[in-house]
Design a protein around this ligand. Sequence first.
Ligand code: ADP
Ligand code: MG
Length: 458
Amino acid sequence: MQPGVLWQTVLGEIELSVSHGNFVTWFKNTQLLKHDKDSLVVGVPNIFIKQQLERKYGDLIAQTLDKNGVKVATIEFKVSSLAAKPVVEESEVVVAASTASRQAPAPKQTKLDNSLGHSYRQGLNERYTFDSFVVGASNELAFAACQAVAQQPGTKYNPLFLYGGVGIGKTHLIQAVGNTVAGKNPDAKILYISTEQFVQEFVDALRFRKTAAFARHYRTADVLIVDDIQFIAGKEKMQEEFFHTFNALHQANKQIILSADKPPKDIPTLEDRLRSRFAGGMSIDMQVPDFETRCAIVQNKAASHDSELDAEVVEFLATSLHTNIRELEGALNQLLAYCEMRGLEPNLTIASSLLNVSKTRPKHLSAKQIIERTARHFQIPVEDIVGPKRDKDIVVPRQVAMYILRNELKLSFPKIARELGRKDHTTAIHSVEKIEREARTDTSLRTAISDIREQLYA
Ligand code: ADP
Ligand code: MG
């Protein structure tokens, strides 16, 4: 096989076994520099990609080569100018104009006291604006919906329900709606509240016999924003109260905006009637921003601190902190503060020494852990995944578990079959192949696999 073709084949296979983000970050811009019977030299764009490939992906690369009939004694990674540098400017990221954004002003919190004194802006933090939000594929739908709602609250998507993991910009966007409406309409009564605080206020209202005032306060909002509504799960009285508040607002065409870490159907112990109310408007799934978007967020944020970072530092941060923008911001702030105090220019060496990036794989990942994680992800009992049932909602998770067992633990097919309570190892072969094939086109399947993987290595 031609060296170029060989490497393309290897990359093609690796692309299927790691998350898309990881592939783009670590593999996409590599190339084969040299290949003879003893050694193989891979060109990589920079030192931290080299380190990451050596530490984390060496085995995977060797195995993939092996699968393609190539056995070499050593694989070397070499920083090479030939290996294309990922060019951030080329991305399709739209950076909302934000040159004017300065240091965030102190949050303008007007807290409710026990007398439930009214205020028209409750809980809004001016820092969260549409301008300071970086839009990419993972959040463009949510961004567009929030902007539409901010233009005409109460008319379009009601309720607007944003859901997704921690630190990916849900609070930022729903607050931006509140801020935008507030800017356009000074008389609007805009109430933002976290569900935990909402519950606390409700409990206080019960205790101080002020439930009527509590209800009045929230039922007269023009825009009610309740963040992290999953925390209402299991709180029956609060759910009852919120149901009535919801209906009162909805009937009066007042805007309701909710966020949660999962879609309404997956929030446990949520009354059905609330579940159907929540899902009755527009629900939008937000994902972790992709690599290019994360780079743009870092650049944007650095610019707001009047600091300009080298592309390699930006990329380093964006690759090291890839699941949570809050953590990414934290790392950037830490780096900027460290350098400012010492009068240094931020560079890769400082960034990598500040950040402990040795998030290597735990050595004792077991088949049992993989099966449990997979079952938990799909919210089915472990007994079912290893049991005889053949319903689709059980079979697919079972196949995913087989696929992950194969990819992460390199178990043999007979062993995989046994782990999942199957007698016939050809089932395991077909399952792994099927998931491999479907993951190429099915993004939700890919996301599920990478989520499970992230959790296993978290
Ligand atoms: P969530 O509510 O989803 O947990 P947040 O909205 O609190 O996340 O976001 C965490 C931090 O990351 C905030 O400081 C927020 O401003 C920032 N952030 C998240 N996504 C973006 C983005 N696309 N552009 C700019 N900042 C972002
Ligand atoms: Mg939040």
